[in-house]
Design a protein around this ligand. Structure first.
Ligand code: MEV
Length: 325
């Protein structure tokens, strides 16, 4: 019986959140905390799932019923990924899936998209199905939309391609930005953000103020394009300034919070080149770009303001096969 282990990285949004849901670009980096998924063949036509990190233990369903009926919260993305793969390529026999995450699903690093990508890549390898990264992106993005209804797909792209990417909604553009290392500091607020409800709350504002909000999205898009040029020449001071501008517009969209602001201002006051929220807002993480001389002071300032500095590598490699037996 064959068995395969796949890993995919988490992600951090650097610039462009929310606007990227509405056909604007963003910049995202893959972070060095990975999701690991092992898929083994089974003789019976069942899907078995052990995902202890998200409280799924001993879950078992006939493959013919996959994607139907009750699905526990922690199994939704994995089961939908299996259903979508089965519908497109077919699966013979059964499978046992075990997931193991290096990061807490609380951080907003994108555990759902990373596990979706791992499952699809793993099934393709196990069934010897040829699947390009583009095809993998489409099926993984479809899976994410099937489960959560909304999203730009930037997290799926980061899990597949890794590195740092310039990305436009739905993967219409996915372009690697070649940088060696990002001068990034990450602070966790201790508060979980609910991406889907925050996308909804911004969308509701857009119903009341369509032109205003659209102008904000356009401004964010322009900031991302300006920062993209600065990224290519690694002009971090310029990128930092744009991060501060972007934060201002995100506040206007209503996704700032006292908690995020405390960490962001602490980082700026300690000499960060720029600081902003990362992701949907309200909670999860804030990020700062810092010079090497100011790194320690900024990290201390974030900690003193009640944040948790997360020691994560950025710009890491995308989905990969770890083991195949
Ligand atoms: C959430 O991490 C970022 C959003 O832009 C949603 C998305 O792009 O899918 C709010």
């Amino acid at each position: 019986m064959k068995s395969i282990t796949i890993s995919a990285p988490g992600k951090l949004m650097l610039l462009g959140e929310h606007a990227v849901v509405y056909n604007r670009p963003c910049i995202v980096t893959a972070v060095g905390q990975r999701m690991y998924i092992t898929i083994s063949e089974l003789s019976e036509d069942f899907m078995e799932l052990e995902a202890v990190d998200v409280n799924v233990v001993g879950y078992k369903k006939p493959l013919k019923d996959i994607g139907m009926g009750e699905v526990p919260k922690g199994a939704k993305f994995v089961e939908m990924a299996v259903a979508n793969f089965k519908a497109k390529y077919g699966i013979q026999g059964g499978i046992r899936i075990t997931t193991k995450s290096e990061f807490s699903s609380l951080f907003g690093f994108g555990s759902s998209s990373a596990s979706t990508v791992c499952v699809l890549k793993g099934l393709a390898s196990l069934t010897e199905t040829k699947m390009s990264n583009k095809e993998l992106f489409s099926l993984a993005y479809k899976t994410v939309l099937d489960v959560q209804g909304k999203g730009s797909g930037f997290d799926v792209a980061a899990a597949i391609y890794g590195g740092t990417l310039y990305f436009v909604t739905g993967g219409t553009t996915i372009e690697p930005i070649l940088v060696e290392k990002l001068p990034l500091v990450v602070g966790y607020t201790g508060v979980k953000a609910d991406t889907v409800s925050l996308i909804k709350s911004v969308a509701e504002k857009a119903v009341r103020y369509p032109e205003l909000i659209d102008t904000f999205y356009t401004q964010i898009g322009k900031m991302v394009d300006t920062a993209h040029t600065a990224f290519k020449i690694q002009d971090w001071k310029h990128v930092g300034e744009i991060m501060n501008l972007d934060q201002g517009v995100l506040e206007a969209l209503g996704v700032g919070s006292t908690r995020l602001a405390a960490l962001i201002y602490a980082a700026r006051d300690a000499g960060a080149l720029g600081a902003k929220l990362s992701g949907a807002g309200i909670g999860d993480c804030m990020i700062a770009f810092v010079s090497s001389e100011k790194k320690k002071a900024v990290e201390e300032a974030i900690t003193n303001a009640g944040g948790q500095v997360l020691d994560v590598a950025s710009n890491v490699s995308g989905v990969q096969v770890e083991k195949s037996i």
